[in-house]
Design a protein around this ligand. Structure first.
Ligand code: 5AD
Length: 361
């Protein structure tokens, strides 16, 4: 699909158009990745952040937010809880916290691998290549780094650089890929100033980056951030920050990248606690990330308000999610749930390598 067609489909809210798009994405999802929904245990390991992103409640200028950082023992215990719930992957997510040193994360990965054997996904923002190399060597499997918006002007406006360090998320995504990580990225939907053409270009970028995982959610204004106080421009090209449009982006991402792993994101469930996760799963998504952060810290990881969604109040394993999957006629995955896109890429690399050896010998 070209950019004009993508933009046209994003704009098309004629009666039945969204339902048709979601049904098309659902059929592609079923054919390409099946009815299995992979569950990832999400551990929010630190709410400290050095950055000042205008949309995010963790931003360094938000003095009202209490900050915490889990210990290695706490993170490992959360990973064990995820394993006990039957999840095959643990996702370690945090702000850009200098206290999460390269060594701290390396030790954490080793402990999780030793004690649980789970697949480990990291989502720790922009980090030095040396850290990414070391973490991969310790066994980290995947990395999530949303590029947030591909519109350079918007990105720079809302995502100030650290002094002396130019932000380049696309470059880091390339490094992650070269290091053999399974690579995920994604965007926010509904940033003030974001247009339909911007979102269409973002979806094209998902394909160009050949992402293994794509995470998309609606922007939810946080009152303690600069964008919590910014009115939306009254412009026909301005996209709304609705679940409906975020679902359309998810559906188009599925059409463009049939084999990717695509989560139904927490922000969807926050806007619509009763049906948000299910709506994502009906529109092309095949992953859910139940929160396994120790309960006492969860309110402090306030990227946006309204989080955690009510079902997260359930302590222990998230029965709500398994019930929802049963209601959708879907089944919960067992094991790692690597993306078929990644497995195909690795198999091709392996074939090239052994083929090369034969020629060389
Ligand atoms: N609303 C929705 N999502 C947000 N994120 C950050 N701030 C917000 C917000 N106000 C998303 C970013 C980030 C992810 C961890 O949370 O896309 O990559």
């Amino acid at each position: 699909m070209g950019r004009a067609e993508l933009a046209g489909r994003l704009r098309n809210t004629a009666p039945g158009a969204r339902a048709a798009l979601f049904a098309e994405a659902d059929a592609v999802r079923r054919a390409a990745v099946g009815d299995t929904v992979h569950l990832r245990g999400l551990v929010e390991i630190s709410s400290h952040c050095a950055r000042a992103c205008h949309y995010c409640g963790l931003n360094a200028n938000n003095q009202a937010l209490p900050r915490y950082r889990l210990t290695i023992a706490e993170i490992t215990a959360a990973a064990q809880a995820a394993a006990a719930c039957g999840y095959g992957t643990v996702v370690l997510q945090g702000g850009e916290d200098p206290g999460l040193t390269g060594d701290f994360i390396s030790k954490t990965i080793s402990a999780i691998k030793r004690e649980t054997g789970l697949a480990v996904t990291l989502s720790l923002g922009e980090r030095d290549t040396d850290d990414l190399i070391n973490w991969r060597a310790k066994g980290a499997d995947r990395y999530l780094l949303r590029f947030e918006t591909g519109n350079r002007d918007l990105y720079q406006r809302y995502h100030p650089d650290l002094p002396g360090r130019k932000s380049d998320r696309l470059a880091q995504l390339q490094v992650l890929r070269e290091l053999g990580y399974e690579v995920g990225s994604g965007v926010l939907v509904g940033l003030p100033g974001q247009t339909y053409d911007d979102l269409a270009a973002d979806i094209e970028l998902f394909s160009a980056l050949r992402l293994d995982m794509v995470g998309v959610g609606p922007f939810i204004p946080h009152p303690a951030t600069p964008l919590g106080r910014t009115p939306f421009p009254a412009d026909a090209e301005q996209v709304p920050n609705t679940a409906d449009l975020a679902l359309a982006v998810i559906a188009l991402a599925r059409l463009e990248l049939p084999q990717a792993n695509i989560p139904s994101t927490t922000a969807l469930a926050t806007l619509n606690p009763a049906d948000g996760y299910a709506a994502g799963l009906r529109a092309g998504a095949n992953v859910v990330m139940p929160n396994v952060t120790p309960a006492r810290y969860r309110r402090q990881y306030e990227v946006y308000p309204g989080k955690p969604a009510p079902h997260d109040e359930v302590t222990g394993c998230d029965h709500y999610i398994r019930e929802m999957l049963a209601g959708l006629g879907r089944n919960a995955g067992v094991g790692r749930g690597d993306s078929p896109a990644f497995l195909a890429r690795r198999a091709a690399a392996e074939k090239a390598r052994t083929g090369g050896e034969q020629h060389g010998n």
